[in-house]
Design a binder for this molecule. Structure first.
Ligand SMILES: NC(=O)c1ccc[n+]([C@@H]2O[C@H](COP(=O)([O-])OP(=O)(O)OC[C@H]3O[C@@H](n4cnc5c(N)ncnc54)[C@H](OP(=O)(O)O)[C@@H]3O)[C@@H](O)[C@H]2O)c1
Length: 285
């Protein structure tokens, strides 16, 4: 993030998990807290957000917050809609009714399955710069993966802002067609949940096979961490990495044979398609 980007005023609408992830990522990268604001419907949500941010920071964090969404939009260069999809319509209507977009802040949405066409309709505009983003929760550690799509009204300078914003949370990937975000949502947006589910299963089986819970947990988590590092460091494919662990006739081969025979691929594919379909259903609402 260069110096000019460090001073952009960013208004977060919503004070939940994703706002926390994004704001804590920005603060860890040294973003000036005076340039970040947050709004939510309830003061308790804002208080909770500030408490969480302060727990992870050595410096005192005291963002400007409000229970009036549009109040903070007036001063923003970037407005981040970090609310559940169901809340988007209402917020866009508030923005529209109170006519606070005169200075044309860029709107960035995190809501899965809310299309740009839907947003423009509720903003009552034919054209407006909007970026759709699909981050994931490892963003809070700076290890996020964010998919991004910008409509044609977004300038190159604005794209650079957004790229820098989300790069402070990990890696970013632009897609060239809005519908590709549905696949991004099903793979990397929901992906941490699939991974945690596999960890849950392995830990449970390890305890069933006689290990104490704390040992099962250590074995599984450190194994996942080590394997993930190998994936990112080695110049070889996951398949080759797997083959390196799989000696002919050995125990890993036995396990992999069972997994291959169990239609795991088909099950995963069905899961991803189900997630994608759900996102597409939101798009069409
Ligand atoms: N969690 C994930 O892993 C993940 C990953 C990628 C994308 N996303 C997307 O990110 C978005 C936010 O998810 P989240 O997990 O952060 O949700 P969350 O934890 O439920 O937080 C939602 C926030 O929105 C606020 N809110 C609700 N209605 C509002 C309104 N009308 N005006 C202002 N604030 C309002 C809520 O506070 P009040 O009730 O006080 O208003 C709350 O602070 C969602 O659209 C989700 O699809 C989530």
């Amino acid at each position: 993030m260069d110096n000019s980007q460090q001073h952009l005023q960013i208004a977060f609408i919503g004070a939940g998990r994703m706002s926390y992830c994004l704001i804590s990522g920005l603060l860890k990268k040294g973003y000036d807290q005076r340039c970040i604001t947050a709004s939510a419907q309830h003061q308790t949500s804002l208080t909770r957000l500030l408490q969480r941010l302060n727990q992870q920071s050595e410096k005192e964090i005291n963002l400007i917050t409000s229970t009036a969404n549009t109040h903070l939009v007036k001063q923003a260069d970037i407005v981040v809609l970090a609310v559940k999809p169901v809340a988007i319509k209402n917020i866009l209507q508030q923005i529209c009714e109170q006519d606070v977009l005169g200075h044309k802040p860029l709107i960035v949405t995190l809501a899965a399955g809310i299309s740009i066409t839907y947003m423009l309709a509720h903003l009552q505009r034919e054209k407006y710069p909007i970026v759709r983003s699909m981050p994931n929760t490892p963003a809070q550690l700076g290890l996020g993966m964010t998919g991004l799509y910008a409509n044609a009204c977004v300038t190159t300078v604005q794209r650079n802002w957004i790229e820098a914003l989300f790069q402070s949370l990990g890696k970013v990937l632009w897609v060239d067609a809005e519908q590709k975000l549905d696949t991004v949502t099903a793979i990397s947006g929901s992906g941490p949940a699939y991974f945690f589910y596999i960890v849950e299963i392995l830990e449970q089986i390890a305890t069933e096979q006689g290990l104490p819970a704390h040992q099962a947990s250590q074995l599984v988590r450190q194994t996942m961490l080590g394997a993930a590092h190998m994936l990112m460091q080695e110049e070889i494919s996951p398949e080759q990495l797997r083959e390196q662990v799989t000696s002919p006739g050995g125990s890993t081969e036995q396990a992999i044979n069972v997994l291959k025979g169990s239609k795991l691929y088909t099950t995963f594919k069905q899961a991803i398609i189900a997630a994608k379909k759900r996102t597409e259903e939101f798009n069409n609402k």
